[in-house]
Design a protein around this ligand. Structure first.
Ligand SMILES: NC(=O)c1ccc[n+]([C@@H]2O[C@H](COP(=O)([O-])OP(=O)(O)OC[C@H]3O[C@@H](n4cnc5c(N)ncnc54)[C@H](OP(=O)(O)O)[C@@H]3O)[C@@H](O)[C@H]2O)c1
Length: 203
């Protein structure tokens, strides 16, 4: 497939880019600084742009089968980036979006969100609120989205062994490796199982 990838220079985006190319996909990496990609490949194309620029995001979309987004870094980029991406996709033929939020926006048995637990780290509240707003934008859209909600992303080898669960927090979810999270995203790209769903993941 031909995918547009936002966040290719990030902690999760880097292994996702490598795995996507290894799997035979064509990747347009939408990046602020192409020199940060550190990678040359015949199926990799760098598209310089800023996720906070709606016109730039819309211009990058045509010609792709799907969008993968591992945008992050600040609450503003999480929410505004999602806002511009969803708006651009709604006006285009590109319907499939696989994006990444965080485990805090998943509900527990009693429907309490993980982020509303008293034990939820105060330092994550702002970015978690941004992920929640991005999730609400997806729900309000008519796109075919999947929102991966990982706990802490860590290093480590690709194992392909991890737990996933739709629309519900996994008990004991502590970490997942960036390689395994990327593996899930690419599996979902080629064989969608969780369209219009949040997905919990953990090693
Ligand atoms: N890391 C974790 O433990 C963890 C856990 C749970 C959920 N998450 C979520 O998972 C997502 C990915 O996490 P991560 O650790 O891979 O994030 P990250 O390392 O901070 O990477 C963020 C990516 O977004 C790009 N970006 C930021 N602002 C941009 C802009 N204005 N325009 C275009 N690109 C922009 C960055 O590009 P530059 O190179 O230009 O900065 C980078 O490629 C985030 O939403 C994060 O909140 C992370």
């Amino acid at each position: 497939m031909n995918v547009l990838l936002l966040g290719a220079t990030g902690q999760l985006g880097r292994p996702l880019l490598r795995q996507a190319l290894a799997a035979g996909h064509g990747v347009s990496a939408f990046v602020r600084r192409p020199e940060r990609l550190d990678l040359a490949h015949p199926r990799l194309r760098a598209v310089r742009g800023d996720a906070l620029d709606p016109a730039g995001v819309a211009a990058a979309l045509p010609g792709h089968d799907a969008v993968l987004s591992t945008l992050g870094g600040s609450p503003d980029v999480v929410t505004q980036g999602a806002r511009h991406l969803v708006a651009a996709m709604q006006g285009s033929a590109v319907r499939r979006l696989i994006a990444v939020a965080a485990a805090g926006i998943l509900p527990l048995d009693d429907r309490t969100l993980v982020r509303d637990l008293p034990t939820f780290p105060a330092g994550f509240r702002e970015v978690s609120a941004a992920h929640l707003r991005a999730y609400e934008l997806l729900v309000a859209s008519d796109l075919e989205w999947t929102l991966l909600c990982p706990p802490a992303l860590v290093g480590g080898a690709l194992t392909g062994r991890y737990r996933v669960q739709a629309e519900h927090a996994l008990s004991d979810a502590r970490t997942v490796s960036t390689e395994d999270a990327a593996h899930f995203i690419l599996g979902e790209l080629t064989a969608p199982r969780f369209v219009r769903m949040r997905v919990a993941i953990a090693s």
